[in-house]
Design a protein around this ligand. Structure first.
Ligand SMILES: [Mn+2]
Length: 377
């Protein structure tokens, strides 16, 4: 359960924005925004009225108990009734409760503006005569609020990173194990260490499969001479970590080591630029310079990184051409990679907290030794 004081700060910030925009009701439907503002994602809808307490609307036996446990806010419960024929069916919706409780709302902000069906439905319920309530977008505001992490959020993200690293360090990879087996064991370890779940489906890409940046794990067995790329993270109390390490199974040849070192140098160089005031594109460009010198630039086909928090991909991309500047307490990934068709791929990734004068990597204590599995056996 998130501390009440933490949620109060978030709700207050939202209400200040509502006040400026003359919004008298905000409705939150997305999983991550609901968790962020109320402490639970188990309700159907969160209503934040400007001049009243927030209310969660949850369905009887489908999250209402859990929502009450996890959120300090009032939970309004909807209970359907199914009789023996269609006339005896009573199935109210969250919007019905909202329309009844907040019938006077004239300007409503929602975080589901892109869902045309929901917006249409909402308009219908807030119709008085020919006029309906004005519907505004709240998702950009939530995005802005979530970029900057509080001390409490940072502590959860540190724990998430620590769980992922510990889980990895107790992983025993043996020759002949399949990609799926390795991923399952790593995810099991994370859950054992109190992760809610993996922050995304773990990627274990072996041999030529490492070419696919978003590989889907197969039953391919790890053998001597393979590249092994593992991209994973834990979710802890809602908050994600994101790590990638690349290894060589057996004695790495010079062709691998030179490329590996180029990617590692690019990753470390970018890290030097992840601090307050630097533009979003600068760390990516610095990483690209290193890969260009190594003749590998054409194989670096994605951005350097992305924002992380409750969602694994949040606002901001660190990429050439992106405008905006890093601020203290943002959390981003630093993950340059190269993908050479027919050969394979190398990616090295850390989750990084943006500091005032320097970066604070949350996952750097996990070794970046391509020979890791050989030396640890
Ligand atoms: Mn990532």
């Amino acid at each position: 359960m998130y501390p009440r004081s933490e949620l109060d700060v978030r709700i207050r910030r939202l209400k200040r924005w509502m006040n400026r925009r003359n919004v008298d009701l905000t409705l939150i439907g997305s999983w991550s925004n609901m968790l962020y503002l109320s402490g639970t994602a188990e309700a159907n809808l969160l209503a934040v009225p400007l001049y009243d307490e927030p209310v969660l609307i949850a369905i009887y036996a489908f999250g209402d108990e859990i929502a009450k446990e996890r959120s300090p806010f009032h939970v309004e419960v909807i209970k359907p009734f199914y009789g023996l024929n269609s006339r005896e069916v009573y199935n109210p919706k969250a919007f019905d409760v909202i329309a009844e409780s907040f019938s006077k709302a004239g300007r409503i902000a929602v975080d589901f503006l892109s869902s045309q069906d929901m917006v249409k439905d909402l308009r219908k319920r807030f119709k008085r005569g020919r006029k309906s309530a004005a519907i505004l977008d709240a998702s950009k505001q939530l995005e802005r609020m979530r970029i900057i992490k509080s001390d409490y959020e940072i502590s959860l993200m540190r724990e998430s990173a620590s769980i992922a690293m510990k889980a990895f360090n107790s992983l025993e990879i043996k020759l002949g194990m399949t990609e799926r087996e390795i991923a399952n064991r790593l995810e099991f370890n994370m859950r054992e260490l109190d992760a809610d779940e993996p922050s995304f489906p773990t990627i274990v890409a072996s041999g030529p499969n490492s070419f696919n940046a978003h590989h889907i794990n197969t039953d391919r067995r790890v053998t001597e001479g393979d590249i092994l790329l593992i991209d994973f993270g834990a979710r802890y109390m809602g908050y994600c970590s994101d790590i990638t390490r690349t290894f060589f199974i057996g004695k790495p040849p010079e062709s691998f080591l030179s490329r590996y070192n180029a990617v590692l140098n690019a990753q470390l160089k970018a890290l030097e630029y992840i601090r307050r005031g630097v533009t979003f594109e600068k760390p990516d460009i610095e990483a690209r310079k290193i890969l260009k010198k190594a003749g590998l630039l054409e194989y670096y086909v994605h951005s350097l990184g992305h924002g992380v928090g409750i969602d694994i991909h949040e606002f901001l991309r660190l990429l050439v051409g992106k405008r905006g500047r890093l601020m203290e307490r943002m959390v981003v990934t630093d993950e340059p990679g190269i993908y050479i068709r027919g050969w394979g791929g190398i990616r090295i990734e850390d989750t990084v907290l943006v500091g005032k004068n320097h970066s604070i990597p949350l996952t750097e204590s996990l070794a970046k030794d391509p020979d890791y599995f050989r030396s640890s056996r």
